[in-house]
Every structure is written in structure tokens, then in C-alpha cells.
Design a protein around this ligand. Structure first.
Ligand code: AKG
Length: 331
């Protein structure tokens, strides 16, 4: 992990405040980068289904990992809990900043313009007056020369306190000279204020792997759709990756105890109320149930066959006992 000083945290926070985005070159490197790249690739090997824990797919172009803190120990010490990051979050968001999402994805190669300019929508309209701040730490896991992240520098200032929205090409055209295109080798990181106008650019000429660690104050009320979809719940942690001792500040940033005292459903990991493609899900679940039913019928058939065979084998002996001995044989 790269060492940092209080001056680093101050200057990163200052740039974030001014531009809404700050690049951290070579943030992840060496063993930490190699380990996360490997874990990421393994986790992307198959979709989550029944006994497999893998990726989720909400659309054609991105294959998504929902719980990065489950897949690799370096996602704690070298990413979410990196002292530079936690210090900048405290300075920029406030003392109650917490990690509310740790997800990543692979964008597949495509020339399709599938992802437009937007500010991230997350807080309830009633909270807009609080001018809530949210910051994402993004880290590239592949070398990125196309399909990179782009951000309109300074656009966060005008958007704070307004409901985030999607921006059409005509809305963004007058601001394009302020666009910061973030390209770079694997391990390049950047922090951005999600109120600013941003997007993944097209075309994506090489598949791109990226992680996003999302921080805001969990006390800020969420927009209805995120409550309905169970987004920004306490995040899933892997106990095996956590150190035996952890500072109270780190435990709070990870959300320890955040759901205590609240209705249990508010602490449930995942998206219990979100049913996407119900027909497809029910069909696949039905096919799995049918497969298991057939397996059970096959087991029953084997049992019946075994019982019949053993009865057949026992038949001659039983017949022998049943046939009375001939009189001649009695002498
Ligand atoms: O994948 C990207 O580069 C864009 C990400 C993005 O728009 C977001 O996290 O809100």
C-alpha cells in the first residue's frame, strides 16, 4: 500500500472539491492488484445461480459483481479502507461517511452507445436541500485506452441540491471542453463526486474491468426506487478477510451494526424485492426443480428394482421350503 500524508489527503480533497474528480495514478499495484485481478476473473467465471456465487447481469454490455468485499482481502486494506480514501471521505462527505456499495463490472467489447451522460440518482427528493454528497472510488483492473470514464469537471457544483438526471448530447455539448477523459493502466484509480455529469464512453474496443466503491452518509433518506430495490443496504463482508482487530472508525465506515435496531428486512443483503425477468427466473427455477424431481424418481426406481431383485433371488429358497418333500425322500 502506498504511504500518504495529511497533506496528500488535503490536496486530494481540494481537487475533488474543485473539479469533482481526482485521479490517483498507480493507486493499486503489485501483489494487491494481481490478487484482485485474479479474484475478479474467477468471480466472473459464471453467473450467480443456485449453488454458484458469481456475476449478475442487468443488461447485455456489463457483467456485474455485487459484493467485492466477498472476493478478495485486498479490497479492504488497499481499497475501501485505504487510509487516504477514508480520510478524504471524512473530509469531503463528513464524519458519518460510510461505504454503501462495493461493486464492479466487466464491460464487454462494443461499439454500441449504451451508457449516456448522467449524475447518479440516489437520495430522496426531500433530502435535496441537504445537498448530500456521494463519492465513488473507481479502480481500473485492466489497461484502459477506450471505453474510459469521462467526467465534466466542475459540473458537480451546479448539480448539488438538484435531482440528478440524464443529459442528452445537446445538453452536454457546451460543457464538452471541460470533459476529463480517464485512461490509464490497470491500477489507475479516481475519486469522483457522483453529482457531476459523467459516463462510460463508447466505443469499448477492449473489455474493461473496473471496481466502484461508493460512499455517502447512510442517514440520508434514499429515493423510493432504491428502497424498493434494496440498494445501499449494509454490504456483504467476508469474515475470513477481516483483521482480528479493527479501528472503530474503519468498522463504522464498513457499516458494522448499521441495521441493528431497524426492522430486519432493512439489513437483508441482496435485492429481495427486485424481481427482474420473472418468467425467465421461474422457468429456470422450474427446470431445476424438474431436474431434482426426475433425480428423485430415478432413485425411487432404483430402490424398487433392488427390492424386486432381492425378492427374486430369495425365491428359489422360499419355493424350496414351500414344496413338501416327496414320500420317497422321507425314507
Ligand atoms: O463505468 C463507467 O465508466 C461509468 C460508471 C458510472 O457511470 C457510474 O458509476 O455511475
Amino acid at each position: 500500500m502506498t504511504a500518504f500524508t495529511a497533506a496528500d489527503a488535503a490536496s486530494v480533497t481540494e481537487t475533488l472539491d474543485r473539479d469533482g474528480i481526482v485521479v490517483l495514478p498507480n493507486f493499486l499495484h503489485g501483489e494487491a492488484l494481481a490478487s484482485i485481478q485474479d479474484s475478479f476473473t474467477r468471480a466472473l467465471a459464471r453467473p450467480s445461480f443456485n449453488t454458484w456465487s458469481g456475476y449478475e447481469m442487468m443488461e447485455k454490455w456489463r457483467i456485474q459483481l455485487e459484493n467485492l468485499l466477498m472476493i478478495d482481502p485486498h479490497c479492504y486494506s488497499d481499497c475501501a479502507l485505504h487510509p487516504l480514501i477514508t480520510e478524504v471521505m471524512r473530509r469531503y462527505i463528513g464524519p458519518d461517511a460510510a461505504l454503501v456499495e462495493a461493486r464492479g463490472w466487466k464491460t464487454i467489447r462494443t461499439t454500441r452507445n449504451f451508457h449516456g451522460w448522467h449524475g447518479d440518482a440516489w437520495f430522496h427528493p426531500a433530502a435535496a436541500a441537504l445537498r448530500p454528497r456521494e463519492v465513488k472510488l473507481a479502480i481500473y483492473l485492466t489497461d484502459v485506452t477506450s471505453g474510459h470514464f469521462s467526467y465534466i469537471a466542475g459540473s458537480h457544483h451546479a448539480n448539488h441540491g438538484h435531482m440528478p438526471k440524464h443529459w442528452g448530447p445537446r445538453d452536454v455539448a457546451p460543457m464538452m471542453h471541460l470533459a476529463k477523459d480517464i485512461k490509464g493502466p490497470a491500477g489507475t484509480a479516481f475519486l469522483f463526486d457522483t453529482a457531476g455529469v459523467h459516463r462510460q464512453t463508447t466505443p469499448v474496443l477492449e473489455p474493461r474491468d473496473v471496481m466502484f466503491f461508493n460512499f455517502h452518509d447512510p442517514a440520508i433518506p434514499l429515493q423510493d426506487v432504491d428502497v424498493q430495490n434494496g440498494r445501499y443496504q449494509p454490504i456483504a463482508l467476508n469474515a475470513g478477510f477481516l483483521p482480528a482487530e479493527m479501528s472503530a472508525a474503519d468498522a463504522r465506515i464498513l457499516g458494522f451494526g448499521r441495521a441493528l435496531g431497524a426492522p430486519a428486512h432493512q439489513g437483508v443483503i441482496g435485492r429481495p424485492s427486485q424481481v427482474r425477468y420473472p418468467v425467465l427466473h421461474n422457468t429456470v427455477a422450474g427446470m431445476l426443480a424438474l431436474r431434482l424431481e426426475i433425480q428423485e424418481l430415478q432413485r425411487l426406481a432404483r430402490e424398487v428394482r433392488r427390492a424386486m431383485l432381492s425378492r427374486l433371488r430369495a425365491l428359489p429358497a422360499r419355493l424350496g421350503r414351500a414344496v413338501p418333500a416327496t414320500p420317497a425322500a422321507q425314507h
